[in-house]
Design a protein around this ligand. Structure first.
Ligand SMILES: [Zn+2]
Length: 129
């Protein structure tokens, strides 16, 4: 489930993270509705370094966003996704050298396609049975 806001260039970092959290809670709320409104222990989010969102900022915005929602006691668990590219020389998915150097960590060929790293998606909900 992709929860990126439509306009990811919204000015003001704090507002940006807050609107992302509200959109996460929207998606989670719909899912909880479908399952008959169980209590949610944790929301699991996959976050890539190229999503433009800082993990710490997202966590603190979440504390704010969850107030006055049914998710007051819900934790946000962020799984950081590493950058993975498709390397045409290796003909395989490979990690890169760094955020600044997008070439294959195995053979140094410049990456031809980004596979992972831009993620900002709801991975799972942990429910209280
Ligand atoms: Zn390679």
């Amino acid at each position: 489930m992709d929860v990126s806001p439509a306009d990811s260039r919204t000015p003001g970092r704090r507002m940006h993270e807050l609107s992302i959290c509200l959109s996460i809670l929207d998606v989670a709320g719909e899912e909880v509705d479908r399952r008959g409104n169980p209590q949610v222990e944790a929301i699991y989010l996959r976050l890539g370094p190229l999503s433009g969102v800082v993990k710490e900022a997202l966590l603190s915005a979440f504390e704010l966003a969850r107030e006055a929602t049914p998710f007051r006691c819900t934790r946000l668990v962020i799984e950081e996704v590493p950058i993975v590219v498709y390397c045409s020389k290796c003909d395989a998915e490979r990690p890169v050298h760094s955020m600044q150097d997008f070439s294959c960590a195995e053979c140094d060929t410049p990456a031809s396609k980004l596979i992972h790293g831009r993620e900002l998606e709801l991975a799972a909900l942990e429910l209280i049975e």
